[in-house]
Design a protein around this ligand. Sequence first.
Ligand SMILES: NC(=O)c1ccc[n+]([C@@H]2O[C@H](COP(=O)([O-])OP(=O)(O)OC[C@H]3O[C@@H](n4cnc5c(N)ncnc54)[C@H](O)[C@@H]3O)[C@@H](O)[C@H]2O)c1
Length: 431
Amino acid sequence: MNISVIGTGYIGLVAACCLANSGHQVFSVDKDLDKIEKLNRGVIPIYEEGLETLLNKAQQSGKITFSSEIGPALINTDMVIIAVGTPATADGRVDMSYVNDVAESIIDLAAYPLTVIMKSTVPPGTGKLLCKRFFSRAKVPISYSSNPEFLREGKAVWDWYNTDRIVIGTENQETAEKVMELYRDIDAPKICMDITSAEMVKYASNAFLATKISFINEIANLCERVGASIDAVAPAIGMDQRIGPHFLQAGLGYGGSCFPKDTTGLDYISSFNGYHFSLLKSVIEVNTNQRVMIVRKITQALDDLHDKKVAVWGLSFKPDTDDVREAPAVDIIKHLIAEGAHVVACDPVAIDQVKGVFTHNRLDFNTNPYETCRESNAILLATEWSQFLNLDWIRIKGLMKSPYLVIDGRNVLDDKTLQNMGFSYIGVGRS
Ligand SMILES: NC(=O)c1ccc[n+]([C@@H]2O[C@H](COP(=O)([O-])OP(=O)(O)OC[C@H]3O[C@@H](n4cnc5c(N)ncnc54)[C@H](O)[C@@H]3O)[C@@H](O)[C@H]2O)c1
């Protein structure tokens, strides 16, 4: 099939490369000229394992092209996949302006019948609204399907081919069959439903996963107070097959480009529809507090943060990605600096991303974790990159200053060993 993908970010680029490698002819568009220039040179503008190889393969076979012009993407195409951003606005709404711009271009420029597939995460009800407001006005017939994406950054390519399910929301059987054809080589249940339900599946899935994270963080906080250990509690809870082991790792809470905006977005949608989603409000509140609580722990352990040096390991919201949107580390660094600390931050791939959004005269960066520890009073492990898990702690101790505080924001370090070596260790919910 001839497919156009609008938006070459974390989702659009993965979709475009994977579809091209499945034999489809893909025309990929982004309004960011810098991204298009890089992609045309075979360089991916993000850090995502395996994606560059896939891009290069697709380019060599002539199955993928990139452009900053949407016009050509609407000619000779069977499908247009929308994968532009839907960020949160300051008041928690979903910013639909990028999606609306693309919809506007489609009705202005489409000259042949086509199917629009929405991969961007959009509030339940959006698809119907877009059809009424935009696509019904097009000069040619346009069919529509919601096809939410569930892949994880850092494992995106693997997830594309090994997804648990493909959700297809449409009011039309012929459209459903066309969307299924996109995924002809993927062995996963393909579930068809109405558009609004498909949109809800995406929000509900993210809200549920966020709920598990906030829940286990609350249990961890309580463990600290009653003298239990989350290391024993969480795995035992997860062994119950009705609960499952995933998303039960206590820590700094969720971040990234999806959970924070999708939880606040769903909360806003609930309020807008006259529903007070109490549970979701608490999930969001717990997540925000978790970041503040870690700063409180550091402040208490160091007595006062003024003129103290803190090394922060990990900036991306999780390992194996350079995405720093809503990353706990970035928020925590802002708190630490506000409390008077000097921060030296370390990350294998995400330093430039943070420099792009936040700089301060008391914030330095270093890609070498040992160098960040020089003269530091404390280390905060904020993102569990594998690079931070097998370091020489004798060398680190020699570089640090008293009280040799290690704050393990992800509960991945060996607490007993560090304590025996003379570090003051603080985890999340570890006894
Ligand atoms: N990132 C994830 O892990 C993930 C997972 C599932 C779903 N999603 C959803 O997918 C959507 C995209 O997310 P992302 O992380 O890829 O965003 P992103 O910000 O990385 O990429 C969006 C891209 O769209 C481009 N764009 C915006 N307006 C455009 C226009 N009019 N024409 C052409 N290009 C345009 C931007 O320049 C940008 O490159 C969001 O709705 C998000 O919620 C993301």
